[in-house]
Write a protein that binds this ligand. Sequence first.
Ligand SMILES: C[S@@+](CC[C@H](N)C(=O)[O-])C[C@H]1O[C@@H](n2cnc3c(N)ncnc32)[C@H](O)[C@@H]1O
Length: 273
Amino acid sequence: MMSEPEWRRLNRANWDERVAIHMAPESDYDTHLLRQGNYILHAIEERELGPVAGLRLLHLQCHFGVDTLALAQKGAQVTGLDFSAPAIAAARSLAAEIGIEAHFVQSDIYEARAALEGEFDRVFTTWGTIGWLPDIQGWAEVVASLLRVGGEVYFADMHPAALIFDDDVPGTHGMPGWFAPYFHQGEIVVDDARDYANPVARISNIRTHQFMHPVADVVQALLDAGLRLTMLHEHDTLAWKQFGCMVEAEGGLYRLPDKPWLPLSYSLKAIKP
Ligand SMILES: C[S@@+](CC[C@H](N)C(=O)[O-])C[C@H]1O[C@@H](n2cnc3c(N)ncnc32)[C@H](O)[C@@H]1O
């Protein structure tokens, strides 16, 4: 039997542990609005995604299903996929508790085609996804294989140009220092006990392997997988406060305090012709 790659073992242990941390009351993941049926996605997806009612929608890297269930509340027939067993268990209980019909599958993303039946009208994957994946071409091929002809992927995430910087490393002129070069190849080994959504939590599985994917690599991977790009947007806002200097913007987003120095996130749509 092939042994599990180091990146996957470490990352899964880290994500398994974060599920309880994100379900704790101190976490920014707020299920109250979801329970009331009023949960809204970040302003970027709300503006760009378009109607999903009646569509077969697959949410890749769904975590414990908050966005998946919000998409179900918009009328989509949802399937959520994640490699973390505690995340999938929590997503199933949340769906049952709120009374939302949703299907959740535990699988590594690179095995998603074999783990899922049929094809989807939409693949949705946002905020904190491909940075955990070593092979962007493999990711694009999985996405393409899961779409029906005419189906569309919607993707939004942190812009890799902003990922060059690291707040914890002192820079000059009040700017952050360096995290990784834009064209970095291979894993970036990160040891960090903190959690982005729960300020009081400390993680014990601190080591993760993360990956830098330049925008052109992501777009080219989707094109090479046979998809046609129909939208590509860069934004001066991001779904979380990556740098201490960032301030709140509209619709659950954050931006730099003075000028839009950097693209902080980007989003795209691609269709299977
Ligand atoms: C930042 S979170 C999910 C993003 C989602 N927008 C959210 O905030 O709920 C990243 C998710 O990716 C999952 N993940 C990481 N690597 C994966 C892999 N190789 N296959 C499947 N899921 C993976 C983790 O378990 C985690 O739930």
